[in-house]
Design a protein around this ligand. Sequence first.
Ligand SMILES: Nc1ncnc2c1ncn2[C@@H]1O[C@H](COP(=O)(O)OP(=O)(O)OP(=O)(O)O)[C@@H](O)[C@H]1O
Length: 192
Amino acid sequence: MANVPDGVPRVLLLLSGKRKCGKDFLADALLQRLGTDRAQIVRISEPIKRHWAEAMGLDLAALLGDGAYKERYRRQMIEWSDGRRQEDYGVFCRAACATIDRPICIVSDVRRQTDVRYFREAYGPETRLRTVRIEASEQVRHGRGWQFQAGVDDVQSECDLDGYAGWDLVLTNERPDGVGELLDRLVQLIEC
Ligand SMILES: Nc1ncnc2c1ncn2[C@@H]1O[C@H](COP(=O)(O)OP(=O)(O)OP(=O)(O)O)[C@@H](O)[C@H]1O
């Protein structure tokens, strides 16, 4: 792989999918497979949650985790962040990417067409950009704690990429014993 300037990843892997499809789970597993010296995870929601934690005196680690805590604030965070995006659609992508310092960057929460657009516009040919849609049935997602919530599951942040047809890879993440194979396919994707 060619040398690239500081802060510019050689690989940018964008993960998208419905709530509880396993975006964070697969991002963490892939990070373990690749190693933290080569790879890192970036979350577009991180600067949003940081703002909320600071403004409201909340627990940032719990907001970033996969527990029930973040669900209490999800709708408010969506509404607030959508307002900011109307002025500048790349505001949170840009803030999240300020921490990039590894050759392989996994963005684990791509939710909007403008997110994909931002990364396509912001990174040039020296970055290998790959987009992945992760799917799991509603039944499986229920089993992981998902419950339909109006204002969350029926708004742009959850549905904007439903009709997107440009994925480099579509994965079904439903079986705990199928994770190794999914990781193999992700590694293959970022290597070519
Ligand atoms: N293949 C799998 N095997 C076992 N557990 C899984 C698998 N995929 C996901 N999970 C579990 O399902 C739960 C939801 O996964 P995760 O938090 O990664 O979803 P998400 O898509 O990031 O959700 P959200 O959009 O709400 O942040 C977690 O507890 C995770 O550990």
